[in-house]
Design a protein around this ligand. Structure first.
Ligand code: SF4
Ligand code: ZN
Length: 391
């Protein structure tokens, strides 16, 4: 199977009606992504040092608890390094990852430089991210992964662990190994499904896997551990109304296949991404905070739904927002919702900008195919200009 087949959802989807047009959209976008990634400056810095860890909170086991997010530098997400060039909104390749071969042992050194210096009695939750797939031997050598997991497994303070992976690396033997190395802990394997729609996952996100592949991975994870699913709110090319509708349907599916947690991830603009160039052309805006609230209100009753609060390393250049008069107030209510997981946190919230949001939700949009073609032309015109659009 070629990268193109995979990105389009496998040969079955590739042969489906309309797939010729889908393939040509995919090629146009893939070539544009390649031009954007060519602008990424060469990496620098040591592969022995992890970026600073982040302190956050999460509702777990009946209360809001502190969690520590440890980032490991890796040589890059496999999917982003392949000919398909990775996901359209993902900025990890530009700064977080090194695109260099990282010697065996360096991931352990990075991890223990943070792990050994942390007072774990303060943090019952650990999120360990490598901005790629923790279960992929090509991104984290198995020997390093085992040493890291053994240390976490032996730490009595850590009660919950979150690791991330694309579905193709979720194999029964590795998930069983994780369960055995982390005995008695609440372990969530997080998968970025992003959207329930195979066509749009291929074209708008370039995610490179199908719903069926996600469902298969979900079945393996839930047999031994817990499943966490990321749902992307407003991928590139989506209108505001499409974004809300799609997120609601995707969250429903994620819970239906057994997700313990669903994390709604409002799209941000990160450097050297297709969404950054789309935004620079005036063809994409990060979602309104009102849209986030709308989706939460419609789905929070389905299970543990948390809202990703746009904290990434590296930091995004643009984040979801309403108007200057209410941004801080609404963000605080979203943080409050995450602390208690009760949509009552949004009660009484209003602002004059809600009418502009309603207008945006009702706005007529051009057909999807036309949007993609126009946007690709405009982004390539921008790329033809000598000055890079990223900083
Ligand atoms: S979103 Fe995940 S799978 Fe996609 S390119 Fe980024 S790290 Fe890789
Ligand atoms: Zn407002």
């Amino acid at each position: 199977m070629t990268d193109l087949d995979t990105a389009l959802g496998g040969r079955e989807a590739y042969r489906a009606p309309g797939s010729g047009r889908r393939a040509s959209h995919y090629r146009l976008l893939s070539q544009t992504l390649a031009r954007i990634h060519d602008r990424i400056p060469l990496p620098e810095g040591s592969t022995l040092l992890a970026p600073p860890a982040d302190e956050r909170e999460e509702f777990f086991d009946g209360a809001c608890r502190k969690r520590l997010v440890i980032y490991l530098l890796s040589q890059g997400c496999d999917w982003a390094l392949k000919k398909a060039h990775g996901c359209t909104m993902c900025g990890h390749l530009a700064k977080q990852t090194r695109r260099l071969s990282i010697p065996q042992g360096d991931h352990q050194r990075q991890f223990f430089s943070v792990f050994d210096a942390t007072d774990w009695s303060r943090y019952p939750i650990l999120n360990l991210y490598n901005n790629g797939s923790f279960l992929n031997d090509a991104e984290i050598p198995a020997i390093d992964r085992s040493a890291i997991l053994q240390a976490i497994g032996a730490n009595p303070h850590i009660r919950m662990v979150v690791l991330e992976s694309r579905p193709e690396f979720v194999r029964e033997e590795i998930v069983r190994e994780l369960r055995d190395l982390l005995p008695g802990k609440h372990v969530e394997i997080a998968i970025g499904l992003e959207t329930i729609d195979d066509h749009r996952r291929a074209i708008c996100i370039n995610k490179g896997f199908t719903l069926r592949q996600y469902d298969r991975a979900a079945a393996i994870v839930t047999k031994y551990l817990k499943l966490r699913t990321y749902v992307l709110l407003k991928p590139p090319f989506y209108s505001e109304a499409e974004a809300a509708q799609d997120a609601v349907a995707t969250i429903g599916h994620a819970f239906a296949v057994g997700s313990t947690t669903v994390s709604l991830e409002p799209c941000t603009i990160q450097a050297y991404t297709l969404s950054e160039y789309l935004s620079a052309c005036g063809l994409y805006q990060a979602p309104w905070l009102w849209t986030i609230i709308e989706v939460v209100q419609r789905t929070a009753g389905l299970g543990k739904l948390v809202v990703g609060m746009f904290q990434f390393y590296p930091a995004p250049t643009l984040v979801p927002h309403n108007c200057d008069a209410c941004n801080e107030r609404v963000l605080e209510r979203l943080r409050q919702y995450n602390r208690v997981l009760d949509p009552a946190a949004f009660e009484g919230l209003s602002c004059d900008c809600r009418s502009a949001w309603h207008d945006e939700m009702a706005r007529a949009v051009t057909p999807f195919a036309e949007r993609v073609i126009e946007a690709t032309q405009r982004m390539n015109e921008l790329l033809d200009q000598p000055q890079p659009g990223s900083g």
